[in-house]
Ligand binder design. Structure first.
Ligand code: SF4
Length: 76
């Protein structure tokens, strides 16, 4: 099984601080459903309220981000 179900319940809120981003691209590689990069390489959040699977990948991306630019908050 792959991909995010369109109606999946959000379990997290994702924020990225572009003032900290150093355009390494780790987030877009780790969680491509949640993050992309703009033409300058800066992070772009594609899914600010991901479901469970994407949220887990977003947490991994946050842990890997060399600039600590990503925050993933739980939502109830
Ligand atoms: S991993 Fe961090 S520093 Fe790299 S592009 Fe993503 S937000 Fe920016």
């Amino acid at each position: 099984m792959s991909g995010e179900q369109p109606c999946e319940r959000p379990v997290a809120r994702v924020e990225a601080d572009t003032s900290r981003c150093v355009s390494s691209g780790q987030c877009a590689v780790t969680a491509p459903l949640v993050f992309d990069q703009d033409e300058a390489g800066q992070v772009v959040v594609l899914a600010a309220e991901p479901g469970a699977r994407a949220a887990e990948l977003a947490r991994q991306a946050a842990a890997l981000c060399p600039a600590s630019a990503i925050r993933v908050y739980p939502v109830s």
